[in-house]
Ligand binder design. Structure first.
Ligand SMILES: [Ca+2]
Ligand SMILES: [Ca+2]
Length: 456
């Protein structure tokens, strides 16, 4: 999956920028694209999108001082919103290229309402899904309005532009959101969804929303920040009826980030996917390295991973979860300086493209940790009827090439690092081989004939 934006992308050109990249992203092998929030926000054409004002305004109505959103006009995104439109919109291009367009769904709150309590939303141009005071908290409909989970005090009593918490038991909201989701699928042609701030939404609402006919059975994933061991995320997954995956914030914060940033000091034994959501629910895990919330230019509180991201990407692409690639890592400078949060470094395009190729031919099936110590981590993916087995080697040592003997599934076989196309090793009759990687480096081993498939 490709996360097709970062915080504060350049204004008004983003849909056209992405449209120009669809073919090369499809060629690279991406099959899903998480797009930024497409509907009109309270802060108009500067809004990143997390202050939703009108769910049906994709940049075709003059509201909040603008037709277009931060990302462009509706006709640049979708052919559906403007009847008779002849420009090929981004979503049409994505579908033609077999990339699933994923809509960012903000349910928890809205902003920009009018009236004394800022809770009145009227849309003179279309009148769809208008809202009033009873659609927000505090509500008389019998739900706890003040306490987490689902509600956050910082959402209350806020003035214009500050988000106000949605009351999902209000009939207008409960049915209105589901019908809107249906419109996103059947008219705008989105194929999947990402739920913003899911911990602020009643889990039954997500379950119900994903069970509505147009949304049912589609791919979705949730934002859910859990710094502990993944069990809270697993509980959330179950509460939402397993209708949506979760991106693993714990794995990233406690394992991948310290591995990349600590220049060897990280204990690589921790990478065994046991104490995180990925280990508990691999089929419902999205593995991410950085995103718009962890990485922001000019914000020293959001420096993201500041060195050696390819180590984390190698782990993600060899994992049982779904790897996600961050736009800035792929197309621009992946790192932020510690003191000023200025971006630097070369784009990781080629490194990531190689990992995508490797995953497509040689990463599948069950996972087994073959060896680990404080600096070296070696895991096997067993493959399936379609894909070869492969072995990932991660070396955390900052100066030494490290290797160790492991039991491979191959006897008397020449195997090679699919990443570099070199470092050939011949396994013993019992399958054992010494496998290693360069300092702060990664290799992915498979039989030499698999290399040809990677390079096809
Ligand atoms: Ca809420
Ligand atoms: Ca180490």
């Amino acid at each position: 999956m490709f996360q097709a934006f970062y915080w504060d992308v350049p204004k008004w050109i983003w849909w056209t920028n992405l449209s120009a990249k669809v073919d090369e992203l499809a060629q690279a092998g991406f099959t899903m694209m998480w797009l930024p929030v497409p509907y009109k926000g309270a802060s108009g054409d500067g809004s990143v999108g997390y202050d939703p004002f009108d769910h049906y305004d994709l940049g075709q109505y003059y509201q909040r001082g603008t037709y277009r959103t931060r990302y462009g006009y509706s006709y640049e995104l979708t052919n559906a919103a403007v009847p008779g439109q002849t420009v090929t919109g981004l979503i049409t291009k994505l579908i033609a290229a077999n990339i699933m367009p994923i809509c960012d769904i903000v349910l928890n709150h809205m902003a920009g309402g009018s009236g004394g309590d800022y809770k009145t939303y009227t849309y003179p141009d279309h009148h769809k899904f208008e809202k009033s005071t009873t659609d927000f908290h505090p509500s008389t409909l019998g739900h706890n309005d003040e306490l987490a989970p689902y509600h956050h005090n910082w959402n209350f009593g806020a003035p214009e532009h500050h988000p106000l918490d949605v009351a999902f038991l209000a009939r207008n909201m409960r049915s209105g959101f589901k019908q809107w989701g249906s419109w996103l699928v059947t008219d705008v042609l989105y194929g999947g969804f990402r739920f913003d701030l899911s911990e602020g939404v009643e889990p039954w609402l997500i379950w119900e929303w994903m069970s509505y006919p147009a949304q049912r059975g589609r791919f979705a994933f949730m934002e859910y920040w859990d710094g502990a061991d993944g069990k809270q995320m697993q509980e959330w997954l179950n509460l939402t009826g397993k209708r949506a995956a979760i991106y693993d914030s714990n794995l990233r914060a406690n394992y991948l980030k310290p591995m990349c940033n600590s220049n060897g000091a990280f204990d690589m034994r921790k990478l065994a996917p046991t104490n995180c959501f990925l280990g508990l629910e691999p089929e419902h895990t999205v593995v991410f390295i950085d995103n718009h919330d962890t990485w922001r230019e000019g914000d020293t509180n959001k420096l993201g991973i500041t060195s050696n991201k390819p180590l984390a990407y190698a782990y993600a692409f060899h994992s049982q979860g779904l790897p996600m690639v961050f736009y800035h890592d792929y197309y621009e400078k992946p790192y932020l300086s510690n003191s000023t949060a200025v971006a630097f470094g070369e784009p990781l395009t080629n490194k990531i493209n190689r990992l995508i190729r490797i995953r497509k031919v040689a990463v599948a099936g069950n996972l087994e940790v073959l060896y680990s110590d404080t600096n070296l981590y070696i895991q096997l993916r067993l493959g399936n009827w379609q894909k070869s087995a492969s072995i990932l080697v991660l070396n955390d040592n900052s100066s030494e090439t490290l290797s160790h003997s492991v039991e491979t599934p191959w006897a008397n076989t020449k195997i090679v690092d699919l990443v570099s196309g070199t470092a050939e090793v011949t396994t013993e009759a019992n399958g054992s081989a010494y496998l290693g990687a360069l300092p702060r480096g990664y290799r992915i081993y498979a039989p030499t004939n698999i290399l040809q498939q990677v390079e096809e």
